[in-house]
Design a protein around this ligand. Structure first.
Ligand SMILES: [Zn+2]
Length: 70
């Protein structure tokens, strides 16, 4: 089960949580569901650099995307 990192848009809290498909996580501090999903740095293989939030890319065609092709 993947762990995703989120940043709350309402209170700015950052947290990681397990997310099952179909579930919407909520901020543990204020219970807001206005969250920005961060690229998970926890479950990703270490490729020696952080991935910045750039344009979306397709996992199948992007060797630079960590953790997308298990
Ligand atoms: Zn919050």
């Amino acid at each position: 089960m993947p762990i995703y990192s989120y940043a709350c848009r309402d209170c700015g809290d950052e947290f990681q949580t397990l997310v099952r498909s179909g579930e919407t996580p909520a901020c543990p501090s204020c219970e807001s569901e206005k969250l920005d999903q961060q690229l998970s740095l926890i479950a990703s293989p270490n490729k020696g650099g952080e991935v910045d939030s750039g344009p979306a890319c397709t996992p199948a065609g992007c060797p630079a995307c960590p953790g997308m092709m298990n």
